[in-house]
Design a binder for this molecule. Structure first.
Ligand SMILES: Nc1ncnc2c1ncn2[C@@H]1O[C@H](COP(=O)(O)OP(=O)(O)OP(=O)(O)O)[C@@H](O)[C@H]1O
Ligand SMILES: [Mg+2]
Length: 255
């Protein structure tokens, strides 16, 4: 459904991705792993056309989209929720959802009613401003906005970053529901052990410690500092196909 072939991209003279290959199969959940600064967010932005690939190919449903503009890529059914969550704080929850649906044209399978049914936490918040929501509610709204576009693939950058464990579990339960309904999901995730739990028998040691715990150890932001993570990831150099439609890829660190 989505394939990256030898993708190289970066910013100006700086190359971040040095020939990345992976495949996301239809109906699966694929997690992209890698150390801080390895290029996970850059990968998602390159898929979405927000960062230009310098070499290689991004293929979606048989079509090369490497040179497409971001709005064309979105129109093909790739819905992207960035780390920043991409909601409008000054608009109400209802308006946020309406706008997402309108920008994408008709997507009858996802309506505001269905989003609210899917994320009941949003039911009482429809008239609240986006800025009044908790972090978890904002993430649900961001995913709701993505669903309103009627996507074929949902692309999420660290959807559980900074959220409480109970909220992380709620969000993952929802992602599993979406997978069950046939949606394909590509996500960057650091809380993988915790998030996917028993679904992930092939979890590399140390690849999914709670991000807060790693931060407490000072791993984030210090290139080369995340030793437990790096050691664990080396067990899975080329990525892996897990049980029940869960798979992973690892972006190797160059430093
Ligand atoms: N807009 C930008 N301009 C220049 N360099 C950038 C830009 N965005 C990211 N970078 C650099 O590209 C590299 C990869 O960044 P990226 O955000 O893709 O990493 P990441 O794997 O998502 O990291 P994290 O786990 O911290 O989210 C880093 O060295 C970063 O400093
Ligand atoms: Mg990132």
């Amino acid at each position: 459904m989505l394939e990256l072939k030898g993708v190289e991209s970066g910013y100006g003279e700086t190359r971040v991705l040095h020939g990345l290959d992976f495949v996301v199969r239809e109906g699966s959940v694929h997690a992209l792993l890698g150390r801080n600064g390895a290029g996970k967010s850059t990968t998602l932005k390159t898929i979405m056309g927000l960062v230009r690939a310098q070499n290689g190919e991004v293929v979606f449903q048989g079509q090369t989209i490497t040179r497409h503009a971001p709005h064309e890529i979105a129109r093909l059914g790739l819905a992207y929720v960035p780390e920043t969550r991409d909601i409008f704080g000054a608009l109400s929850v209802r308006e946020n959802l309406q706008l997402a649906g309108r920008l994408a044209g008709a997507a009858p399978e996802w309506t505001i009613e269905r989003v609210v049914e899917f994320f009941p936490n949003l039911a009482d918040r429809l008239d609240n401003g986006g800025h009044e929501l908790s972090g978890g509610e904002q993430q649900m709204l961001a995913i709701g906005r993505a669903l309103m576009t009627g996507p074929h693939i949902l692309i999420l950058d660290e959807p559980t970053e900074g959220l409480a464990p109970i909220i992380i579990q709620q969000i993952y339960a929802k992602l599993k529901d979406l997978k069950k309904s046939g949606l394909t999901v590509l996500l960057v995730e650091q809380n993988l052990n915790f998030a996917l739990g028993p679904c992930r028998r092939d979890q590399p040691d140390g690849a999914g410690p709670d991000r807060l715990a790693r931060r407490r150890r000072g791993a984030r932001g210090r290139r080369g500092g995340a030793r437990p993570l790096a050691g664990g990831l080396s067990a899975l150099p080329g990525g892996s196909r897990g049980a029940r439609g869960f798979s992973t890829s690892v972006i190797p660190s160059r430093s």
